[in-house]
Design a protein. Sequence first.
Length: 305
Amino acid sequence: MNKNQKIILYGGIAAVLCLVGLVVALIVINANRTEQVNQAREETENLRLANDRLILQNEFNQLNADFSQYEDQQIYLKNDSLVQKYNEARLKVEGLLSELNQEKKSNAANRQRIKQLESEIATLKNIVKHYLEEIKRLGEENEGLKKEIQAVTEKNQQLSTQVTQATTQNAELTQTVKLAKKLNITGLSLTALNKKGKSEKNITKARQLSIHFTVSPNNTASAGMKDFYVRILTPEGSLLGGGGTFQMDGQAVAATAHRQVEYANEEMGVTIYWDVNTTLTPGDYLVEVFADGYRLASRHFTMKK
């Protein structure tokens, strides 16, 4: 074999090898590209599955929110089968979503679940729509009932106001009658007496105190025996005691002196004595007179030494 023939032979072999290498390279490149396309398609399907799942989950959450905001009115629904249908459909959707959330890759079974979810959510939408229509109709009925109740309530309030006014008037009338029956006294005086029963200007020498007043005529007051109580407070603020107790506003009140007299609805003078049993000092003395649960008079007297 001459030199030219060798060159041609080697050149042909090299060309064949290059062609084989090119074919192999094309096959590898095509295989990689096919795998990349498949991976991209699978990722796209997985993303579509995740997106569909998210959309359906959001629709389901919104339906639950729409349903729940009127849930407290379920007890007023006459057609409570709507609630039962909704709960049954809701459980189906929750089950399908739970199964779908466990799968991350798209496959025939998951695509079938997506279609089933779309169908169940469509059923839920119809139930919620019917439910809200029923609530609206019920609300309109309740609005009419509320107006009737409001009218009755206003009428009752008017009646209650009238009763309150009548009660107040009766109480005022009762108080007026009670005050009309209250005894009135005039000319209240406090006099210090010595051991001879004569008027004594020096309070420190007093052996007895005389309280005198005049009861005015009052035909409204009940006639009969009346208990008059006197309270005397010293300049130091202490009560001169010894007259027992009487009731005033539901409480027992200590008295200085007490006298019972018969009242015949005519003017009469009353004198009550208190025997001095302590050292009296000059100054301002407060004298109060009570009868029938009323304070009839209150007056200050300055007693000198």
